[in-house]
Design a protein around this ligand. Structure first.
Ligand SMILES: Nc1ncnc2c1ncn2[C@@H]1O[C@H](COP(=O)(O)OP(=O)(O)OP(=O)(O)O)[C@@H](O)[C@H]1O
Length: 614
């Protein structure tokens, strides 16, 4: 008996992940509709529990054998005791019948218990691999996809596989065994009656083929529509503020209805067609029953077969069509799970961001000199977002980027952080081409303070510690003090232990920015990337933010997408970007003297308020 306890808590096993993911990378990609390949890959996950699977098969063999023996013994009792008034030990036979049904029940129970364990473990590994793999995918992957749709793959598609594994594997093995066993015994008992039973098989085959041809496509459609619907739900929940602010509730509901209707239609047809299967099987089952009862009756009257044989055959004819019926039903579930598995493997096949980095440089420390040399970049072919950018920023300098919306300021940051790769030209960090440096090692020296600081569900302490996970409580408090965040944190209900929501509700926009600055202080990066928030914040908090940022920038190379005159004036170098090109560069004084775009921007917007850029 297997000793492994299936109920012990699971742990994320990196070694399984490494093994599985490297294998999947090597394998031929499972193309949509490539069922064989997808099943093979799914089997690799299942096969980790091979020994337990063998036990499941043993139990299925026992239960199938007992299922066959039961009716045979009943027929035997009829022929030898009821019809012939026989002499054998009637009680012994009854005890045997009892044992058969007990064994049947026990083996059925164990096969389910173990199979559910295997299924849960398999799905756990698959889900963990998928999630871990998602963490390693590059930013462009996420930029191109709807987040809710991705979530649907981690949740719904995996769940689909789970429920199929829970029941289908046993069903399929048991059905095949029962089918083969029943056929063998039937042939042995009466080839003629067996032939009669088999007359329905071609009808079943063609009926099934007709139905599954339609359901396969429909199930895939259903999964796709469900993914899209989930994507829409996720989007509208995160965008509720905008939905309400623009009174778009009705529009959102209508769009939801439209998507829901697509899902409903696909679901309706998939279920309707697959619902035909049991009906068809039932009809054919009854037909076979009638044929055996009718023809068998005539044969029995003429003394060619015994009454017991007819009884056994009517039961076996049911046992013969039932596994066919089950197989047909499982086929549908299997198709739906394969559709889910294909979507999961699609993601597992995506190239990890840090793959192929062997042999690249690792940086233990950096000075922070950054040079862009004739860099050009396009997000999509023909889109030329940045054109021939050349800039140099010395260690400790602050470079500010200004320009109209869509000019390419964020893209410069995206390239420096290597969220995207340059199409032409080079970026050097301390004289080394950054494409020759391991991305992770480079990012460890970079700190980000972004416009919309993302907070995670967790305490203030944990949210600041996100900057450096091994930071002590004292270091976190110190960072918060440097970021001018300490005083407001101390006024929160549980101070540093106050739990924040994912969307940061409960604290103000400005306070969120202060927390984000504290994070950067804790991370203590050599290169600081700062995307100034454009939202207006009360004057006191604004001053706190400005002061904290000025402190943070000291001694670090800072790249600032600047929106405030104050930040720009103090920058060592200002780069004016227009339509993907640097059109002006210099200090504030130099650019003002030049009386170009920067001068106009300053004149016009300074009169309106603080913000310089759009
Ligand atoms: N992920 C993306 N895929 C395709 N195009 C993109 C992507 N991100 C930005 N772009 C396009 O690239 C151009 C430059 O965008 P970028 O975000 O760098 O501008 P920006 O100067 O930072 O603008 P803003 O001040 O409004 O933030 C824009 O035309 C934008 O539409």
């Amino acid at each position: 008996m297997p000793k492994k306890d299936l109920l012990t808590p699971f742990q994320y096993d990196k070694s399984i992940f490494a093994k599985q993911s490297s294998k999947t990378q090597e394998q031929k990609k499972a193309k949509p509709g490539n069922y064989k390949e997808t099943l093979k890959r799914l089997w690799k996950y299942l096969a980790v529990n091979k020994s337990l699977l063998i036990w499941v098969v043993i139990m299925v063999v026992i239960s199938s054998a007992m299922g066959l023996l039961g009716p045979y013994l009943v027929g035997y009792v009829i022929d030898h005791y009821i019809v012939e008034d026989g002499t054998a030990n009637f009680l012994t036979l009854l005890v045997m019948l009892g044992i058969i049904y007990l064994l049947f029940s026990l083996s059925t129970w164990y096969q389910n218990y173990w199979m559910i364990g295997i299924a849960q473990k398999t799905v756990f590994t698959l889900r963990t691999n998928l999630f871990a793999h998602l963490q390693k995918l590059p930013i462009p992957f996420f930029d191109k996809r709807q987040h809710g749709e991705l979530m649907s793959r981690v949740t719904n598609d995996i769940e689909n596989i789970s429920s199929t594994l829970n029941s289908s594997v046993i069903q399929v093995i048991s059905s095949v065994l029962t089918l083969a066993g029943t056929l063998g015994v039937m042939l042995w008992m009466s080839p003629l009656l067996t032939l009669l039973t088999l007359t329905i098989v071609p009808l079943m085959f063609f009926g099934m083929k007709w139905i599954t041809n339609r359901t396969g496509k429909l199930f895939k459609e259903q999964q796709k529509n469900l993914g899209e619907l989930n994507g829409y739900i996720e989007e509208t929940i995160s965008g509720q503020r905008i939905v309400k602010a623009f009174s778009q509730e009705e529009k959102v509901i209508n769009e939801f209805l439209e998507k829901g209707d697509k899902l409903r239609t696909a679901g309706f047809w998939a279920q309707t067609y697959s619902g035909f299967i049991p009906k068809l099987m039932n009809g054919l089952n009854n037909l076979s029953f009638a044929i055996i009862a009718g023809v068998g009756g005539i044969l029995a009257i003429n003394g060619w077969v015994s009454i017991g044989t007819i009884v056994i055959f009517t039961e076996y004819s049911r046992q013969f069509t039932r596994p066919l019926n089950d197989l047909a039903n499982q086929f549908n579930t299997l198709l739906s799970a394969i559709a889910g598995a294909e979507r999961v493997f699609d993601i597992l096949d995506e190239q990890e961001e840090y793959k192929n980095e062997e042999g690249l440089d690792e940086l233990s420390s950096i000075k922070g000199e950054v040079i862009f040399e004739n860099v050009s970049f396009e997000y999509e072919e023909g889109g030329k977002t940045l054109k021939d950018i050349s800039i140099s920023v010395m260690p400790g300098e602050t470079a500010a980027f200004v320009g109209p919306t869509g000019a390419g300021k964020t893209t410069i940051i995206n390239l420096l952080s290597r969220f995207y790769e340059v199409n032409a030209g080079k970026i050097y960090l301390d004289g080394t081409d950054i494409s020759k440096i391991k991305k992770e090692s480079m990012r460890e020296h970079m700190g980000f303070v972004l416009q919309d600081p993302f907070l995670f569900q967790g305490t203030v302490m944990d949210n600041i510690r996100y900057g450096r996970l091994d930071g002590t409580d004292e270091e976190v408090v110190e960072a918060a003090k440097l970021a001018n965040a300490h005083s407001f944190i101390m006024k929160l209900p549980k101070k540093y232990e106050t739990v924040l929501n994912q969307d940061g509700s409960g604290i103000s926009q400005g306070q969120r920015q202060l927390l984000s600055i504290a994070r950067a202080f804790l991370a203590n990066p050599s290169i600081l990337i700062l995307d100034e928030a454009t939202s207006s914040i009360d004057t006191v908090t604004e001053l706190k933010i400005q002061e904290a940022l000025q402190k943070l920038m000291v001694g670090r190379t800072s790249f600032v997408i600047a929106h405030r005159l104050n930040t720009i004036r103090q920058a060592d170098k200002i780069f004016v970007l227009q339509d993907g090109r640097i059109t002006e560069k210099g200090t504030h004084e130099q650019l003002m003297k030049k009386k170009g775009f920067y001068f106009e921007l300053n004149q016009g917007l300074a009169a309106v308020g603080e913000h310089v850029t759009s």
